[in-house]
Write a protein that binds this ligand. Structure first.
Ligand SMILES: [Ca+2]
Length: 190
């Protein structure tokens, strides 16, 4: 109810101001007929006034920005791609105090944790059959692979491999900080 009353007062204000504009434009037209094209002058003050105070126009404006937001979301979701990380293996992983290396890899894409491989016990050159697929990847997302040596209490982080995703299939070798190399492939379908 309040908005209707407000709208009404806005409308009457608009009418008043438009009649003033008409009057003033008429006098201007009368005085300086060569300046104004008749009919155009009164239209502008009315629409200006309605933009300034009518609630409906604000609603229309916010619907328009909502529509733009939805379009943006559609565009973002269309730019999402599928990434698959596969063919994970390592060579020359360093051994711990007990002389065994029990490697496994944690896989992340952007903020998402995609999981981890199985543990390959007592193997400095492990292969992992695990593959990781993520459907919300985007080009330039950071792929992060953390290589661990599993221990009884605290797993030993052997190294971290980070890389920005690019479209296509790629194979990489990543030297680990504590020794050894991680090899992996990924495919990003843009
Ligand atoms: Ca170990």
């Amino acid at each position: 109810m309040a908005s209707t009353a407000n709208q009404g007062s806005c409308l009457s204000e608009a009418i008043i101001s438009s009649s003033i504009s008409i009057t003033s434009s008429f006098s201007e037209t009368y005085v300086r007929p060569h300046i104004h094209a008749a009919g155009l002058v009164p239209v502008l003050p009315i629409s200006d006034h309605l933009d300034a105070c009518q609630g409906e126009d604000k609603t229309m404006a916010s619907s328009a920005s909502l529509a733009s937001l939805l379009l943006l979301l559609v565009a973002v979701s269309m730019s999402q791609a599928q990434v698959k990380i596969f063919n994970l293996h390592a060579s020359d992983l360093p051994s711990d105090i007990l002389g065994t290396t029990d490697g496994f890899v944690k896989v992340f894409c952007g903020p998402a944790a995609l999981g981890q491989t199985a543990v390959r016990n007592n193997n400095a050159n492990p292969w992992w059959e695990d593959e990781f697929t993520y459907y919300k990847a985007q080009e330039n997302d950071v792929l992060r692979l953390e290589v661990f040596d599993k221990d009884l209490l605290f797993h030993d982080l052997l190294g971290v491999c980070q890389r920005q995703l690019k479209a296509g299939t790629h194979q990489h070798d990543c030297f680990l900080e504590k020794g050894g190399t991680l090899h992996y492939s990924y495919t990003l379908n843009a």
